[in-house]
Design a protein around this ligand. Sequence first.
Ligand code: NAD
Length: 383
Amino acid sequence: MSDKTTKKTSRREFVQQIGILGLSVPLSSYTFYNKNTNFESQEKKDRLNKTEGKLGVALVGLGGYATYQLGPALKETEHCYLAGIVTGTPSKIESWVNEYSIPDTHVYTYENFDKIIENPSIDIVYIVLPNSMHSEYSIRASQAGKHVICEKPMALSVSECDQMIAASKKAGKLLSIGYRLHFEPYNQEMMRLGQDHVYGKILSMDAGFGITLDDPNQWRLKKSLAGGGPLQDVGIYCIQGICYTSGMVPKSVIAKEGQKTDLVKFREVEESLSWEFEMENGIVAKGHSSYATGFNYLKAAAENGWFELTSAYGYSGQRGATSDGPMNFIHINQQTKQMDAFALSIKNKKPSIVPGEMGKRDVAIIESIYEAMASGKRVSIHV
Ligand code: NAD
């Protein structure tokens, strides 16, 4: 496509054309010159954000979580802003660049993504793709010299996690996991009560997260893309909750797959899964995850009382109590806090609060749970 052609083509027409071409054209190679373009003001806004000392974030994958949580959260962040997007779906571009004042030169496809190395506006790359794609795109982002936030689960195997950590270290950049609940007040209170032994030593724990999935064709039900079923997607929150409330890691696990009620939908992955950890001090912590029914809790019983969240893992609406009465904290935007905390870690040259090593630990635990489920035997956990 010549420059002359581009000049006569509106952004909408151009986007439609590359859609028809099946994305063979690298988007960021083009600038849109049509009369209605906001290009100059978008560039200006980008420069203004930089002058204010904000770090630029590029979202990779513009699905549900990026669209409804991360994008809006980046409108409220103080230390970072949405500077770029990486997508395989041309029809999404127009609304994103308009909504977030993103210059066209900061729009990438999965194919030309590595060119992000040449874009100084982008400091952080946030991977929000299906689980099986996390390692490839995290590594490519590190190799492009960017700090990385990768969504949970970090990857599908410990060896992938090792490669991701090695790539970020080699680049001299940080690698963080999208563990937003570390920045949420009710979950932070669980950490304080458990780790500081406010009610004495924890004697037992119970964590559960279940959601229902309607679309039978989505990637979450495909083993090659998701790595497994609800354990990978929502059970990981229970693993996290047990670890950050107790301040301990599990030593061993036994696990049992729940009976499938829909053999077609759950052809490739488990429909539900329950497990029991033996923790470092010998106590038992139970976990339960499901794609068939909804539940959401994190509970600890201790020597001198109990503390629990009966709505623990959502984007909002946390609810909690202790044996002394209800918890009462302000509700915040978790993703805003999470991304600002990471931007501050970078600016202050401090480690991430939720680093790649934590993501790797959880992937190792997930591998052990699946091994215990398959073997029916107790499996030692090595993290
Ligand atoms: P989604 O299905 O809504 O979006 C996935 C995106 O990946 C889409 O833009 C899709 O076009 C793109 N994609 C690229 N290649 C694909 C392929 N081969 N198959 C399917 N989609 C493909 O998913 P989501 O809910 O946004 O989840 C994305 C990631 O974010 C997952 O790793 C998920 O675990 C994580 N997530 C985290 C949270 C959280 O609270 N931290 C919440 C939701 C999702």
